[in-house]
Write a protein that binds this ligand. Structure first.
Ligand code: FES
Length: 339
């Protein structure tokens, strides 16, 4: 077994023999941008500060000679050779570094579907430069030239090299931007987006069970985080998504979360209905039902996303149940409270 030390945090992870640095990082919960996983795109570049790697076969265009000489390597093909290597990774807390936001990126609307009585799902595909983002981040979208203000929408899917972005847009009473999306934007249209923004991203160093609470389109960043953690990150601790919906018709992405629940033994998905009976299931607002479900949250990492009121009431309740400030992550701007 070899050791990979991340700098500047000093966190250490193990690498099995024959394993690539990228897969060792992912297995330990540390996300690294990647695309081809074959040494051809350069996306997984990282600086090796000490120790020796076996770089394997990579293309010159993915990592020019000058960068190799400076110590950079492509982690999708690199294997650890010495007992210990040190690589540059993220921040002091071993969180991934954020990508600089970009403006006026052109996207085509490839799908628009009404998925609940108030939410439509909009799938967009990049027409130019692909936006790089971390699960949990958001974009802004609107048409300011035509008096439709830019509004914030969390990205619901996970990073992908096709440049696809999935958004859930809640129809807001008197909201210019949401009305524009619901009534005017159609498949085939071109729209402009800015981003990514936000720091509602997973904490790879957390070795705790995770509880995610969401309502309405607040499910978007939770979906992105949960999907990335389970499908890409190999997250091993128990993780639960508890979703609050008014009625069955408001159950957003039920199929996707059922899939995750069936596929991963450590993942659970529950929903509660607030305005309809739910025989055999949960009913009532999350702050009301939490004490019985989770009497002690002192060892959990908590992620909360939804309307401001939802986030505030859930945050107050999880604190009452012992959750530690440092492990409570919230995203409260979602489109429900935006025009
Ligand atoms: S992911 Fe493409 S070079 Fe590593």
């Amino acid at each position: 077994m070899k050791t990979i030390r991340l700098l500047p945090s000093g966190k250490e992870i193990n690498a099995e023999s024959g394993q690539t640095v990228l897969s060792a990082l992912e297995k330990a919960g540390y996300a690294l941008p990647n695309n081809c996983r074959a040494g051809a795109c350069g996306e997984c570049k990282a600086k090796v500060c000490s120790g020796e790697i076996d770089q394997g076969f990579i293309l010159d265009m993915a990592l020019p000679k000058s960068e190799r000489e400076e110590g950079y390597g492509l982690m999708c093909m690199a294997k650890v050779k010495s007992d210990l290597i040190e690589i540059e990774y993220g921040t002091e807390d071993a969180l991934p570094k954020l990508f600089p936001p970009m403006e006026n990126l052109r996207y085509a609307v490839t799908e628009k579907t009404q998925v609940t009585p108030t939410i439509c799902r909009v799938r967009l595909r990049s027409l130019g430069k692909v936006m790089r983002f971390w699960p949990g981040q958001y974009v802004t979208m609107g048409d300011p030239e035509n008096d439709i203000p830019d509004r914030c929408y969390s990205i619901a899917n996970i990073p992908n090299h096709e440049g696809e972005i999935l958004l859930y847009i809640t129809k807001v009473e008197d909201g210019k931007t949401s009305s524009w999306v619901h009534k005017e934007v159609k498949e085939g249209d071109m729209v402009k987006m800015n981003g990514p923004y936000g720091t509602f991203i997973g904490d790879p160093s957390a070795e705790t069970p995770v509880l995610c609470l969401a309502s309405g389109s607040g499910l978007a960043p939770i979906q992105s985080l949960a999907t990335a953690a389970m499908l890409r990150g190999g997250f091993r601790k128990p993780a639960t998504v508890l979703f609050s919906a008014r009625t069955r018709e408001d159950l957003l992405e039920f199929g996707h979360f059922s899939f995750l629940k069936t596929k991963f033994r450590n993942f659970d998905y529950k929903y509660t209905l607030t305005r309809e009976e739910n025989p055999g299931g949960l009913t009532g607002r999350i702050p009301e039902i939490l004490p019985e479900l989770y009497p002690d949250l002192s060892k959990h990492s908590i992620y909360i996303a939804g309307s401001t009121e939802f986030v505030e009431s859930c945050t107050a309740k999880v604190k009452e149940l012992g959750a530690v400030d440092e492990f409570i992550h919230t995203e409260g701007f979602t489109s429900q409270v935006q025009a």
